[in-house]
Design a protein around this ligand. Structure first.
Ligand code: ADP
Length: 552
């Protein structure tokens, strides 16, 4: 062995803070409050506030390794928790406000959180599980509407304001604050729990190292491509999978960050994109579906010329949506795939040169796919017997991944069956992978439809149905069938004021798929049931309509 001579300098979130203060002191962090008013602070102020938060928490007895929960929308104080808590060596634990109170209590107790930072507007939710908490000693409330905070709650902003910040030397000095190179890069920085659709939620602990590597690769030009001129709007909640790492990516590069707070309706988001001259926004398809409908209805109302791209992920972005944004509004969508277990970015649908030369159809197909793996994320897919499948774009198998920001276990060692003996993580997603490495999700393994031994892709059917002009949303799920075992059933939500005969939907699908793929039955519903992270809850549809074919 002949060792390299380079320093073992830690990849730490503290460095982000130090660098932000030294190099990008004037970069802005804009938050919109519950009253819809925006307020702005600089990176220099964010540094001071994050540092004062760390001091205040230290004064309350928080020690390195302790877990601090947040129950918050996207705003500057949440960013201060994202930065200041890991930088002091403690661990920020984001609670998903859309989970039922019993699950929130379970997760907070499981992580043994010693303190909780909670938005005042979310106190009613917090009160529903506060009495069940076993380890929480301090509750810091983000007052957001200016009114006083009463004991036993502590006023987050008052605590921060009461501390004295470390003075900054005049002119450029190398990072000298308390956060410079103080933590071990393998220490946990953040804990996120999976939404637990099967069994109890399981915790994943992102390390400083995984978070920084993820931010560096994620902001590469052919990934999210974030630089200091960008204005980044994470619509994706900071309480879910680190808002896809966007706060860290933006901070690393000195980009302006814009946080939408609790107003996530299409009109409020579009207004914010215009007023802040947003260049990159990111969120789940439901959000963008609503925005596309709004833009279609009032195409001239919003000047979105500043927007360079919209990142869509979390569930499949239908090709029709990607095309609709581009053709009707000149807006570019970038599709991405990830999981809580992958920090969370895994793949992103950038079009490589080899595909580009093949023309428009190949380009759209690549852009509608889940994409190519990020650098350092390795992908493979395996059949039922664990056999590794070829990258032929046809064979479906479960996606497995490994890499420096893929978890190697869950907190407390649960869920060992999700890891292979040779060190890969089993995603539970059924995919094809083509010769260029593009991953296409055909299903979640628990939602796959097995008809007479053949697998039918519910995601492909849904995407095709959502391309029909009358369909707002569609979910395809397995119905029990006496002869075939399972057959597809389609649940349809019409666009307002529109409808179409079933035969038209069937004909629309027949142009694209073999006959045995076509749904045996259609149900029209008002809304597709969703889980806490906005994904279709097909188990609910199966419970409700799964035996209609048997009864037929
Ligand atoms: P959960 O806690 O429900 O697992 P995650 O947010 O970690 O929540 O969800 C990850 C899952 O979301 C992936 O395994 C995949 O099924 C789905 N997903 C994420 N991004 C996409 C995408 N672009 N297209 C299709 N499915 C996606």
């Amino acid at each position: 062995m002949f060792d390299g001579t380079m320093m073992g300098f830690p990849l730490s979130i503290g460095h982000l803070l130090e660098r932000g203060r030294a190099i990008f002191p004037d970069s802005e962090v804009v938050s919109r409050g519950p009253d819809k008013r925006t307020r702005s602070q600089t990176y220099e102020q964010t540094y001071a506030r994050s540092e004062k938060l760390a001091r205040a928490l230290g004064r309350l007895g928080v020690r390195p390794g302790d877990r601090i929960a947040t129950l918050s929308w996207n705003h500057a104080q949440h960013l201060e928790c994202y930065l200041g808590i890991p930088a002091m060596g403690a661990v920020v634990h984001t609670l998903n406000i859309r989970l039922p109170p019993s699950e929130l209590a379970y997760i907070t107790n499981h992580a043994e959180d010693v303190a909780v930072v909670v938005d005042r507007t979310l106190l009613p939710l917090f009160e529903k599980f506060r009495s069940e908490l076993k380890t929480v000693k301090h509750i810091l409330v983000v007052r957001d509407d200016g009114g006083p905070i009463e004991p036993p709650f502590l006023d987050y902003d008052a605590l921060v304001d009461a501390e004295t910040a470390c003075p900054r030397a005049v002119g450029f000095t190398p990072p000298e604050g308390p956060f410079a190179a103080t933590v071990d890069e393998n220490q946990a920085a953040m804990i996120c729990y999976t939404s637990g659709t099967t069994g109890n939620p399981k915790g994943v602990a992102y390390s400083h190292r995984s978070t920084i590597l993820h931010a560096m690769v994620g902001s590469m030009r052919d990934m999210m491509g974030i630089g200091c001129d960008d204005v980044v709007l994470p619509v994706v909640p900071m309480f879910h999978a680190a808002a896809w790492g966007l706060p860290y990516m933006a901070y690393l590069n000195g980009a302006k960050l814009v946080f939408p707070g609790c107003h996530l309706d299409p009109e409020s988001l579009l207004d914010l994109m215009v007023s802040q001259r947003v260049t990159l926004a990111a969120g789940v398809p439901t959000i963008w579906n609503g925005i596309l409908a709004k833009l279609d209805a009032e195409p001239k109302r919003w000047d979105l010329s500043s927007v360079r791209t919209m990142i869509i992920g979390g569930s499949a972005a239908p090709a029709s949506m990607i095309e609709g944004f581009e053709k009707r509004h000149g807006l570019v969508v970038t599709h991405a795939w990830g999981m809580t277990e992958t920090n969370p970015l895994g793949t992103l649908a950038r079009v490589v040169q080899k595909v580009r030369v093949r023309g428009e159809e190949a380009i759209l197909s690549a852009r509608a796919s889940q994409g190519i793996p990020a650098a350092f994320v390795e992908t493979r897919h395996v059949d039922d017997s664990g056999q590794i499948l070829p990258w032929d774009g046809a064979k479906m198998g479960e996606l497995e991944v490994r890499g420096p920001w893929v978890t190697r276990s869950y907190v407390s060692g649960e869920g060992t069956d999700r890891f292979t003996e040779d060190g890969w993580f089993k995603t539970g997603d059924i995919v094809t992978i083509d010769a260029e490495g593009y991953v296409r999700i055909t299903d979640r393994s628990k939602d796959v439809i097995k008809s007479g031994g053949e697998w039918i892709s519910s995601v492909a059917l849904e995407n095709a149905l959502m391309a029909h002009p009358a369909v707002l949303e569609a979910a395809v799920f397995a119905g029990q069938h006496p002869k075939w075992g399972e057959r597809p059933i389609a649940a349809i939500v019409w666009k307002p004021g529109q409808t179409a005969p079933e035969s038209e939907l069937a004909a629309h699908l027949a142009e694209r798929f073999p006959k045995y793929w076509l749904p045996d039955h259609y149900v029209v519903i008002d809304q597709i049931p969703r889980n806490s992270t906005g994904k279709f809850l097909k188990s609910k549809l199966r419970d409700q309509y799964g035996d209609v074919l048997v009864a037929k």
